[in-house]
Design a protein. Structure first.
Length: 165
């Protein structure tokens, strides 16, 4: 049955979709759940009470861990506020590997500060069995000078300093 889902994106209620996925059958799971920030969506109410939101999150997180292979990876994306709750729960059922972050330049809004980054939690279902294959693709460089073709994150000058004797 899992072959029906291979290399496909499924749309629907995640808890219903998880029911059709066998235990320990997925190499990598990734979730980008609603941020529960009272945003207006046509198909989802994004303003659950704290305890109801956390309870729902624990359900789909448990399902992610259940379907992930013992050698597999689990990734969960959100704002830091919710990632702290997810991490507290994930720490009891999986093995923490990394908190991945990237800048989220924002301006202050209203009476609060905006998060300075979004994050992705990276967990192993079982750290001792994890199979992780790092894939890196080298940045393109000019053929003759070997300088970087693009300035990736404002670091081109630092990467290409030449010393003259």
């Amino acid at each position: 049955m899992i072959e029906n889902y291979k290399n496909r994106i499924l749309q629907g209620d995640c808890l219903e979709l998880f029911k059709n996925i066998p235990d320990n059958s997925i190499d990598m799971t990734f979730a980008d759940p609603p941020f529960n920030l009272k945003k207006g969506y046509n198909s989802y109410k994004d303003s659950l009470q704290l305890q109801k939101y956390i309870k729902w999150c624990k359900l789909w997180i448990s399902e992610m861990v259940r379907v992930t292979k013992p050698t597999g990876s689990i990734f969960v994306h959100n704002i830091p506020k919710w990632l702290t709750y997810y991490a507290a729960y994930l720490n009891t059922i999986a093995d923490f590997k990394h908190w991945i972050s990237w800048d989220a330049p924002t301006a202050p809004m209203g009476k609060t500060l905006q998060p300075g980054h979004y994050g992705i939690l990276f967990y192993a279902k079982n750290a001792k069995e994890l199979k992780f294959y790092e894939v890196r693709y080298p940045h393109k460089r000019e053929r003759k000078s070997t300088y970087l073709v693009k300035d990736y994150g404002g670091k081109k000058k630092a990467c290409c300093i030449l010393s003259v004797l």
